[in-house]
Design a protein around this ligand. Structure first.
Ligand SMILES: Cc1cc2nc3c(=O)[nH]c(=O)nc-3n(C[C@H](O)[C@H](O)[C@H](O)COP(=O)(O)OP(=O)(O)OC[C@H]3O[C@@H](n4cnc5c(N)ncnc54)[C@H](O)[C@@H]3O)c2cc1C
Length: 528
């Protein structure tokens, strides 16, 4: 070994990509005692993993595609995840309005089978079919505490009030909400606490494959400086870039492909006053959700559009915005207008190419492919936020065949940082936090508990007044919280803080954002 090689950091596994899949694998592997490194070229969760619909869900609509394995795994997983992160996730009821004369242009395998066997159902999703789907949904994965499906008379229920009165019936079922970006960062933090080296803003630019190890060249985004590390095994968790990394960074040929499907969301002012989510079926056979969001807003999405280049930043097009507004307006009593839209975001699903004709039909399941022509490589295709923990377990099974150690599943019963309290304990924790910090108002305390859970006292320290938290950046964001995010949660810029560690970007003015950016820049400069 040369002297410079001897000085290189050496890992059991090195992960390319700091989205939910990369960070989930890093946490699981570090907890099993493996030496883990992870490089993310931007901020953690800066790509798909902060742009999802933010649901821990089985995926009711995937039943129409007979994706039974995926739906069952995801349904079982919901309660496992809720128990381990009751601060950043919560159970949610979903309201599916129904009227018998609804017509759909749907080409799902289930609707084709139905048209063949019962031609009179063509173009419809009969009520019995929806009830059968929901029955399966309730029972396929089993539930411990999430309530099952009920039928609702919309005329007599508050959830009917915001809807067009032509909808008189609905079904209500359970799924869950999660803060996707915080989920990713908490996995990265826990991985680091267990010994993993997490390198945000670091791009993997080059690799050399030897028979027994990889030499990996990393480039620091801020300084441009390059360094090398070694790893016994590489994990390609680059999401939408998985194929590009294979070809341009790993120089590995593969028949496997990734199908990039863009999904966009709009955020409007709050459109209704309750805490349930609507599930709207479009006449094109697709579905969208309208979800209560960040107290004062409603989140509506998503779309399914082909996206060809991972380097082309996804944006919600005017056409996608119009589509979401029109579909949702068909259900609400008061139609939505463009003026109601305060923000939009877009992400790219890195789906496994299974030859599906349409973006909507492409499988949402994950596929793991080992390449052992030389030092081993694991490529990750597809996946859901909901199945990230199971995907990580499956990845570790594959890794164990090539890297010694690393056996023994453990994450099913291990809370994420701040999540070590009962699943129904949020209100009690908010009350405790307000008792300890009487200067917090209800909204501030709730925001902090929903972000940091039992770690709120570590974030706030011995403060006995808002002034003790240092400079205020607006809307309850304090200097002390920003310091926590920079020192403990890998945040470097105002965008990291305002759009991924929190969603305070919805509230701060342009001047407030600029002041925060300047302050963070100055702090980074002093630290450097
Ligand atoms: C619109 C939409 C809605 C969705 N809704 C849901 C939902 O409600 N529930 C659910 O369970 N799932 C949902 N999903 C799916 C889920 O969001 C994705 O499956 C998941 O986020 C993919 O995570 P990932 O880690 O594979 O990819 P990413 O989050 O994209 O992470 C890959 C990372 O790799 C990095 N990278 C790439 N190349 C390099 C390199 N050379 N060096 C270093 N880093 C590199 C990128 O910067 C990126 O951050 C949704 C997806 C979309 C798009």
């Amino acid at each position: 070994m040369t002297e410079s090689a001897a000085r290189r950091d050496a890992f059991d596994i090195f992960i390319i990509g700091g989205g939910i899949n990369g960070c989930g694998i890093a946490r699981d592997a570090a907890g099993r005692g493996l030496a883990v490194g992870l490089a993310e070229m931007g901020d953690l969760a800066s790509a798909t993993s902060s742009a999802s619909t933010k649901l821990f869900h089985g995926g009711l609509r995937y039943l129409e595609y007979f994706e039974i394995r995926l739906v069952r795994e995801a349904l079982i997983e919901r309660e496992v995840l809720l128990r381990n992160m009751p601060h950043i996730s919560r159970p949610m009821r979903f309201v599916l309005p129904y009227r018998p004369d609804m017509r759909f242009d749907t080409q799902t395998p289930a609707s084709k089978l139905l048209s063949l066997t019962m031609p009179w159902t063509r173009g419809r999703r009969p009520a019995w079919m929806i009830r059968a789907g929901l029955f399966m949904y309730d029972h396929l994965g089993g539930r411990d505490f999430l309530p099952g499906t009920t039928a609702i008379d919309l005329a007599g229920d508050p959830v009917g009030a915001p809807l067009d009165p032509v909808y008189r019936k609905a079904y209500e079922y359970s799924d869950c909400w999660v803060d996707d970006a915080r989920l990713t960062v908490l996995n990265a933090r826990d991985a680091a606490a267990r010994g993993a080296r997490i390198l945000p803003r670091t791009r993997v630019v080059h690799t050399e494959r030897l028979p027994d190890r990889w030499i990996v060249t990393l480039r620091d985004r801020d300084t441009g400086s390059e360094s090398t590390v070694e790893a016994a095994m590489l994990v390609n968790a680059a999401g939408p870039w998985v194929k590009q990394v294979l070809e341009e960074v790993l120089h590995v040929g593969t028949r496997e492909n990734v199908h990039l499907v863009r999904g966009s969301h709009i955020v409007t002012r709050r459109l209704f006053d309750h805490d349930k989510c609507y599930f709207f079926q479009g006449t094109d056979g697709r579905i969208i959700f309208a979800i209560p969001y960040e107290t004062d807003f409603t989140l509506i999405g998503t779309t399914d559009k082909e996206h060809h280049d991972p380097d082309s930043k996804p944006r919600c097009t005017e056409e996608e915005k119009r589509y979401l507004i029109d579909l949702a307006s068909g259900y609400f009593r008061n139609p939505i207008s463009e003026d109601d839209v305060v923000w939009s975001y877009s992400g790219v699903r890195p789906l496994y190419e299974d030859g599906a004709k349409s973006a909507t039909a492409a499988t949402r399941d994950y596929v793991l492919k080992i390449d052992d022509r030389g030092a081993p490589l694991l490529n990750i295709f597809g996946g859901k936020i909901t199945t990230y923990r199971r995907l990580a377990e499956a990845a570790l099974d594959r890794i164990a065949a090539h890297v010694p150690g690393g056996t023994g599943t453990w994450t099913a019963r291990a809370p994420l940082p701040g999540g070590d309290f009962p699943v129904d304990g949020v209100d009690a924790l908010i009350a405790r936090v307000r008792h300890a910090y009487p200067f917090l108002d209800a909204a501030w305390a709730e925001r902090l508990v929903r972000a940091y859970g039992t770690e709120v006292p570590e974030v706030l320290g011995a403060a006995s007044s808002a002034d003790d938290l240092g400079r205020g950046f607006g809307h309850s964001l304090s200097e002390r919280e920003v310091v926590w995010l920079m020192d403990r949660e890998f945040a470097a810029t105002a965008e990291d803080v305002l759009w991924r560690r929190s969603k305070l970007g919805l509230r701060l003015s342009a001047a407030e954002v600029e002041a925060l950016e300047d302050w963070m820049h100055a702090r980074r400069t002093i630290a450097a």
